[in-house]
Unconditional design. Structure first.
Length: 256
């Protein structure tokens, strides 16, 4: 079982089975510029304009190159969190995580876990083959389900399972964008790499409507307002959400 520790030199993490308990840290969550701007950390420290992660989060604490950076306390829907800075923090300018270097360092560990996951998927498929009516991959549109769906398509023929997206009629626009993108992208992959005709053989994302026409009318009215606050809602999810992250989340899209 791999553990995680800081890679101080590259502002990243290292995955290894040779990490001591003293070195090991809980799996951290990458933190992007938008979250730091929401917390107004950019007013105190110089921030790069980048789409790459800048620092890391564990619970309510933030880290840069392994150093405690600041702590977030409180926060709610109508109230900002308090940001408590570490007075011993030694950096004044922050640089983004070197994602390419982090991938290079952890390539062997990542591929090992991918192979173990694919072996598990194939084992489940063989165990229940002929005993169940269908195989279903639950697809939420989040990065976890994207990674799982990708692993399944590496192991199983695309016509042997269905990817099911449960539409509550209350999803964020970016979720619907991801569902559409994933359906299109997997269709192209199936045609080019797996040699399947996506029109005939690809098991598409099945959209199951949850609340019906009345909810859709309500959502249409709400959307007039939601466009004004959507980015803040997304950012609040980043700030207030759970930080329990699996390996596949650490390096966003590594298995895609």
């Amino acid at each position: 079982m791999f553990k995680v520790k800081w890679n101080v030199q590259n502002n990243g993490i290292i995955l290894s089975d040779n990490i001591t308990d003293d070195e090991a840290i809980p799996a951290p969550r990458p933190v992007y510029l938008q979250e730091l701007q929401m917390l107004e950390v950019n007013k105190k420290y110089r921030m790069p304009k980048t789409d790459l992660p800048i620092c890391w989060n564990i619970d309510a604490r933030y880290y840069y190159k392994g150093q405690p950076f600041f702590e977030r306390r409180g926060a709610g829907i109508y109230s900002k969190p308090d940001v408590i800075y570490n007075s011993d923090f030694t950096f004044s300018t922050l640089e983004p995580v070197d994602v390419d270097k982090m991938l290079e360092i952890n390539r062997e560990a990542i591929e090992t876990m991918e192979n173990e996951a694919m072996d598990f998927i194939m084992g489940c498929y063989e165990t229940f083959k002929g005993k169940v009516d269908d195989y279903v991959v639950a697809f939420s549109g989040g990065k976890d389900s994207q990674v799982i769906l990708d692993l399944v398509t590496r192991v199983l023929p695309v016509e042997s399972f269905k990817a099911v997206f449960q539409d509550t009629d209350m999803e964020l626009p970016c979720t619907y964008d991801i569902v559409a993108y994933t359906e299109e992208d997997l269709g192209k992959q199936a045609a080019a790499a797996l040699k399947y005709n996506p029109d005939l053989n690809y098991a598409p994302v099945v959209v199951a409507s949850g609340l019906g026409e009345l909810a859709k009318k309500i959502i249409n009215i709400a959307s007039l307002i939601s466009n004004c606050i959507m980015q803040r809602v997304i950012d609040m999810r980043w700030i207030c959400g759970s930080s329990m992250v699996h390996l596949a989340e650490l390096i966003d899209g590594v298995a895609l």
